[in-house]
Write a protein that binds this ligand. Structure first.
Ligand code: GLN
Length: 309
C-alpha cells in the first residue's frame, strides 16, 4: 500500500469540507482555532508515519484522551491485579444514543454511565486512574509522550482553565455519579484531572503514532506488551460502537472503523493489524464530530477497502 499516495488523495477529497461545520465554542480557548485547517497522518504497524496538510500542527485532543485514559486504566489494572473487570462494573459498554455531555440516562441507570467515551463514563475512568496512579493527568501525559515518541507534549493551561470556568455540566455529571457512590475520589479532583487530560495538545502525527498499540493488538512500538490482545480488541470494539457519540451508527455505516473523536476536531481511527490514522479539522457537525475528518475517513476506507466490514 502506497500510504503517501492514498492520504494525499484523501486530503484532496476532504479539503473542500474543511471550514464547514462549527468550531467548538463552549469554551473561548477553542473558538480561536481557524476552521479551515485540515491534517491527516497514518502510522503503520511498523512505526512508519505518513502525513498530509496540517499533520504536524498541535490541537486540543479533548475527548480523544478518553481512549488513552481507558487503555492506561486497563494497563494499570494488570499491575494492581484488579484486572480490567473492575472498571466494567462502574461503566457500561453500550452506545448511549445521547449527546456526549448528556445527564438524562444517569438517573434511570443508577449513576452507571453507558460507556467510557461519553463524558460521564470518562469521568469514572479518570477517577479510577486517579486511584491507581495518584495523579491521573500527569500519568496520562507521560504515557502519551512515551507512546507518541514526542517528549514535548504538554497541557494547554488556557484550555484547562477555560474548561474549569465553564465546567458546570461536567461537575454536575460527576456529583450525580458521586451521589450513587460511583466515584472513589472527591469530585473537584476528578473534574480537575479530566479537564487537564482534555487540554493536552497533540498533532495528527503524535496521535496516529500514540494509537499504534490499538492496531498492533496491544503491543507498543518497541514490541513490549501494553495490553492483552483481547483488551485492545475491546477498546476497538467500544470505539466502533461508542467513539463518535450519538453518531456511532452513522460512522460505522460510512467509515466502518473503530474511531474516537474530540471537539477539538480530531478523530483517531484504527485499522487493526495495519495502521492507526488521525485526521483533524476543527469544523464540527451537530454531534460534535469533525465534518472534514469524517469525510476523509469515509474516503480512506472507500479507497483502501479497509473497513472492518
Ligand atoms: N472537554 C470536553 C467536555 O468535557 C470534551 C468533550 C468532547 O470532546 N466531546 O465537554
Amino acid at each position: 500500500m502506497d500510504y503517501q499516495a492514498v492520504i494525499e488523495e484523501v486530503a484532496a477529497h476532504a479539503r473542500p469540507y474543511a471550514g464547514q461545520g462549527q468550531v467548538a465554542d463552549y469554551i473561548p480557548a477553542l473558538e480561536r482555532v481557524s476552521a479551515d485547517r485540515f491534517g491527516i497522518a497514518v502510522a503503520d504497524i511498523d512505526g512508519k508515519v505518513y502525513g498530509a496538510g496540517d499533520w504536524e500542527v498541535p490541537f486540543s485532543v479533548q475527548s480523544i484522551s478518553k481512549t488513552f485514559s481507558l487503555a492506561l486504566v486497563m494497563a494499570q489494572g494488570h499491575s494492581s491485579h484488579s484486572g480490567d473487570d473492575e472498571i466494567w462494573r462502574r461503566v457500561g459498554r453500550e452506545p448511549s444514543g445521547t449527546p456526549f455531555n448528556s445527564l438524562v440516562q444517569l438517573e434511570a441507570e443508577n449513576g452507571i454511565p453507558r460507556n467510557p467515551f461519553i463524558n460521564a463514563g470518562a469521568l469514572v475512568v479518570t477517577d479510577r486512574l486517579l486511584t491507581l496512579t495518584g495523579d491521573a493527568s500527569t500519568a496520562l501525559l507521560h504515557f502519551l509522550r512515551e507512546e507518541s515518541g514526542n517528549p514535548d507534549l504538554a497541557f494547554d493551561q488556557a484550555v484547562a482553565d477555560s474548561e474549569a470556568d465553564h465546567g458546570d455540566r461536567n461537575a454536575a455529571l460527576a456529583h450525580f455519579m458521586a451521589s450513587f457512590g460511583n466515584l472513589e475520589n472527591p469530585v473537584p479532583s476528578v473534574i480537575e484531572h479530566y479537564f487537564w487530560q482534555c487540554s493536552i495538545e497533540m498533532s495528527c502525527r503524535d496521535l496516529a503514532v500514540a494509537g499504534g498499540f490499538l492496531a498492533r493488538h496491544g503491543l507498543r512500538a518497541d514490541g513490549s506488551r501494553l495490553l492483552e490482545a483481547r483488551e485492545a480488541k475491546r477498546i476497538n470494539a467500544v470505539m466502533l460502537t461508542c467513539g463518535t457519540y450519538d453518531a456511532a451508527g452513522e460512522f460505522a455505516y460510512r467509515v466502518g472503523l473503530p474511531a474516537k473523536s474530540g471537539v477539538g476536531g480530531g478523530i483517531v481511527a484504527v485499522v487493526p493489524g495495519r495502521c492507526t490514522l488521525c485526521v483533524w479539522s476543527p469544523g464540527l457537525d451537530a454531534r460534535g464530530n469533525s465534518v472534514a475528518g469524517a469525510a476523509a475517513l469515509d474516503h480512506f476506507t472507500t479507497l483502501t477497502g479497509w473497513s472492518v466490514f
